[in-house]
Design a protein around this ligand. Structure first.
Ligand SMILES: [Zn+2]
Length: 373
């Protein structure tokens, strides 16, 4: 049976999760440390000063094209990342990788970026190759976004190197924020980090190329360059310098015109996450089938840690929103996009359903005994 964190609701099935001896997950322990005012291992004022100094140093380089590059989705987090760079006489290049099916609200929110004082480059990958990769990723690894995540992380860094941009401002460091793992550089992205947190389940673009006989030169854009090449720019996490908070990012993004949905997004109770693109919902739904937890769990855990809701309330939210069935709004466009039949898609869903976690009752999937203890 799945074990859950005693403080939040993260399950033992979450990849890379670790618990301490009293059953509390590392993400909760990291959050507690991060937010302790006394004896905190992080001095946020010092970190902010470090950021100011870094920006001054970057400006002095007087790079030929832009001073800083920011990978953006048009979501609340990316708008907040850009906001930290404004009014500093910087030439900012934001890069949006548009690899899937953008929603109308997603397109509108992306427009905020160029209105706020930054340049925006939209990159659309070769969709013949990308759809082929997505199809293999879905069928063979149960995650259509497997390589897309790599592309999102690697390509802006590659472009920064090509354009001689000395700094890349990334979002949150997932190793620290969601897994509480401290065995990575907290400030900068490294190859080691990329292998674990961009390429899920350790399937790197090189491995994907080998296992599926797609020449690596087509997958190069999906992969981080060598350590030596990486030294030509500096990819830093925003969450190192500024305390990362979804709620705070939302407030900042709204000031720049970001609009949430009128109602919650499918699979969670929040109305402002995962709204710009459709394939992520498929990725999240298969995650639910594989590991027994979905987006509402992620969000409830965050809200519990921030003491916005109680653990009991979190359980109610998870029961109500996490296990909602994947709707045709997402399925139809996705199937058309990658070109597979509904029957085949259902077979894939069934293949990736962990029947130790789920059972079938009258064709409906029901989670097995789940007491959140
Ligand atoms: Zn926890």
């Amino acid at each position: 049976m799945i074990k859950y964190c005693k403080t939040c609701l993260l399950p033992s099935t979450k990849p890379y999760i670790k618990f301490d001896t009293s059953g509390i997950c590392k993400a909760c322990l990291f959050h507690k440390e991060k937010n302790q005012i006394k004896n905190s291992f992080i001095n946020w004022r010092e970190r902010k000063n470090e950021f100011v100094k870094l920006i001054e140093k970057i400006k002095k380089i007087n790079a030929p094209n832009y001073d800083v590059c920011v990978p953006v989705s048009g979501g609340k987090d990316s708008i907040s990342q850009v906001s930290h760079l404004l009014n500093k006489q910087l030439r900012i290049l934001c890069i949006n990788i548009d690899y899937g099916i953008k929603t109308e609200i997603g397109k509108k929110n992306l427009e905020c970026i160029s209105q706020m004082g930054a340049n925006l480059l939209i990159y659309r990958p070769d969709l013949i190759i990308h759809k082929k990769i997505m199809k293999i990723a879905l069928e063979k690894y149960g995650d259509p976004d497997l390589m897309s995540h790599c592309l999102l992380h690697a390509l802006p860094i590659r472009i920064a190197i090509q354009k001689k941009i000395p700094l890349v401002l990334l979002g949150e460091n997932a190793a620290y924020e969601y897994s509480g793992s401290k065995s990575y550089n907290e400030k900068e992205m490294s190859l080691k980090w990329f292998k674990h947190y961009a390429s899920n389940s350790g399937i790197t673009p090189k491995k994907f190329s080998r296992e599926n006989k797609i020449p690596y030169r087509y997958l190069k854009a999906y992969d981080l360059p060598s350590d030596d090449e990486l030294k030509k720019t500096q990819p830093v996490f925003c969450s190192y310098f500024f305390k990362w908070s979804s709620e705070k990012n939302l407030i900042i993004a709204k000031k720049f015109g970001f609009k949430p949905l009128k109602k919650n997004s499918e699979g969670t109770y929040r109305n402002y996450v995962g709204i710009d693109e459709k394939i992520n919902r498929i990725h999240q739904y298969i995650k639910l089938l594989k590991f027994g937890y979905g987006r509402a769990t992620d969000h409830a855990c965050e809200d519990i840690r921030n003491k916005k809701i109680s653990r009991t309330k979190g359980i109610l939210l998870v029961k109500k929103y996490d296990r909602v069935k994947l709707s045709n709004y997402y399925i139809n466009d996705f199937l058309k996009f990658i070109g597979i039949t509904r029957k085949k898609f259902n077979r894939i869903l069934s293949k990736y359903t962990n029947y130790k976690i789920w059972k079938k009752n009258d064709k409906k999937l029901i989670i097995r005994k789940n007491n959140f203890n």
